[in-house]
Design a protein around this ligand. Structure first.
Ligand SMILES: [Zn+2]
Ligand SMILES: [Zn+2]
Length: 138
């Protein structure tokens, strides 16, 4: 099991299987949510994901377009949420407490990255793209 939690520890979860490597999304929305150059995300099938605690602390915010983010009401950490139109969870890799055993699989929405963002490493880069289709496990 790979475990994760928010900064205050009020939310805890675990999962048994990821179906992607770590996808680094450089889009403007992910930058707002993370406060960093990109969001780091792993996709986990719904049956393989389990919340351990924190339901009363979880809050979501949705843009009019339907794009949404879930976070801890107590500490503000980004949290896993169900992917729209898929039976899978979007899991922010930065809140994991264990080594997920996957590494960065790719960078997406590089076409709209911040002007100060310098992408390192050898993982493939995509101008746009959805994480499950472009970021295989590795
Ligand atoms: Zn918290
Ligand atoms: Zn994004």
């Amino acid at each position: 099991m790979v475990r994760g939690s928010c900064l205050c520890g009020g939310n805890r979860f675990e999962y048994s299987r990821a179906v992607t490597g770590v996808g680094m999304c450089h889009c403007s929305l992910c930058r707002k949510v993370s406060g960093a150059a990109s969001n780091a995300v792993i996709i986990v099938p719904e049956p393989d994901f389990k919340w351990l605690c924190g339901e009363e602390l979880r809050q979501s915010y949705s843009k009019p377009t339907g794009w949404s983010t879930t976070f801890c009401r107590e500490c503000g950490s980004p949290l896993p949420q169900k992917l729209r139109g898929a039976t899978a969870y979007w899991v922010p890799a930065g809140v994991l407490d264990d080594d997920p055993d996957v590494r960065i699989g790719g960078h997406i929405f590089v076409g709209s990255k911040a002007p100060w963002d310098e992408i390192g490493g050898s993982a493939p880069q995509f101008e746009e793209g959805a994480i499950p289709s472009v970021v295989p496990p590795r």
